[in-house]
Ligand binder design. Structure first.
Ligand SMILES: Nc1ncnc2c1ncn2[C@@H]1O[C@H](COP(=O)(O)OP(=O)(O)OP(=O)(O)O)[C@@H](O)[C@H]1O
Ligand SMILES: [Mg+2]
Length: 360
């Protein structure tokens, strides 16, 4: 038969599978991870090879016990909605698991297939979120238009009045009108987000993250600790660097502000490239993922559903625009921002396509 050798074909299939495939030997040491499993467990095959599977997960005694039992009895099983936490990045996972003993392999071994359910839930959530974003944006645009027009008239009239005033001391009041009109105008402009269409150019995302880190560090002092976990092999991202910088800075600064009363305040910046990942309902060959973690108190529960709406703030001095602007910018680049927040562990995740979207 012609065509590629079966072995290459099998590799290609395993490489592109969205189900995570793990093989462990009789000591439950990792023998194989496909790329989906590497991503799911936040571990590279190269490093995890020969490691105990238990070491890749937190609080996994019960799960490991079940696997040992399956191995001993040489009997497979399935678990629905199994909850796991990765050791590397404390990622909470919900998976459907199928365990199969490899009876015809040279030595006792188990094949694990993990289907991440979070992804299914995520797609649903993201699609909904994108819809809400669009509605909000429409609303803000309409409102801004309605405010800006009369505001222009108001300001113009105050200027005319100012010039016609007989008593100069009264101009203090016309000045107030003019200044307040200007303040309102700039508020509305900020609500609308950047008004330029993004000027895309190949951009090193780490350069932007480093800049955001330096600016935030300068503002909040050396007490604020930054950890960096960058994937050095990331390709450049085609984006508007100024706008994306703004989005990153808004998120990093929120984290810094949230950490004001935290002991050992720490922000972690992490980058990864994901193969075959989806943003909303769109699948992409390659997706850039940026995680910004902080160990602060977490997003106030009352805000969590409206976090990305404009004018939603939990801070006395906040305008509540930072995240809404960031979401608009990332949305214009075909991406999305999500938040997963627990006390002591808050994560904002940006997902951006590194390649043109394609179907399938
Ligand atoms: N990392 C975080 N930890 C805890 N709460 C957060 C975090 N990031 C955002 N928040 C909450 O979300 C709210 C909205 O954030 P957003 O950046 O949109 O507005 P803001 O920071 O209040 O004002 P500004 O317009 O100045 O950015 C914040 O006020 C804060 O309550
Ligand atoms: Mg903010």
């Amino acid at each position: 038969m012609n065509g590629p050798p079966v072995r290459n074909m099998l590799n290609a299939i395993l490489d592109h599978q969205t189900t995570s495939v793990v093989m462990v030997d009789e000591d439950l040491r990792v023998q194989y991870l496909n790329p989906a499993a590497e991503f799911l467990l936040a571990a590279s095959f190269e490093r995890a090879r020969g490691e105990r599977l238990g070491a890749l997960l937190r609080d996994s005694d019960a799960f490991i016990g079940e696997l040992s039992g399956a191995l001993r009895r040489s009997q497979g099983y399935t678990r629905r909605q199994l909850k796991l936490v990765t050791a590397a990045q404390h990622q909470r996972l919900t998976v459907d698991l199928t365990v199969t003993p490899l009876s015809d392999w040279e030595a006792p071994a188990l094949l694990l297939e993990l289907l991440p359910l979070d992804q299914v839930l995520r797609v649903h959530r993201e699609t909904q979120q994108q819809r809400v974003q669009e509605t909000t944006r429409e609303l803000v645009r309409g409102l801004a238009h309605e405010i800006k027009n009369p505001l222009g008239g108001l300001r113009g009239a105050a200027q005319l009045l100012d010039r016609a005033l007989a008593a100069p001391e009264l101009s203090e009041y016309t000045q107030i009108i003019i200044e307040e009109a200007d303040r309102l105008r700039s508020l509305v402009d900020r609500m609308l987000g950047p008004n330029k269409t993004p000027q895309a150019q190949p951009t090193n995302i780490h350069r932007l993250l480093e800049r955001a880190r330096q600016l935030t560090q300068a503002e909040h002092g050396e007490g604020l600790r930054f950890l960096r976990d960058y994937d050095p092999s990331l390709p450049e991202l085609s984006c508007d660097p100024d706008q994306l910088m703004q989005a990153l800075l808004n998120i990093v600064q929120n984290a810094a502000e949230a950490l004001e009363h935290t002991e050992r305040p720490t922000i972690t910046l992490r980058t990864r490239a994901l193969r075959q990942a989806s943003i909303g309902q769109q699948r992409h060959r390659l997706v850039l993922r940026i995680d910004i973690f902080d160990n602060g108190p977490g997003v106030p529960a009352a805000l969590s559903d409206q976090l990305f709406y404009p004018m939603v703030s939990g801070r006395a001095e906040g305008t509540g625009l930072g995240l809404s602007i960031a979401q608009t910018i990332v949305g214009r680049h075909g991406g999305i921002i999500e938040c997963d927040s627990h006390p002591g562990d808050t994560r904002f995740t940006l997902s951006l396509p590194l390649e043109q979207p394609h179907d399938g």
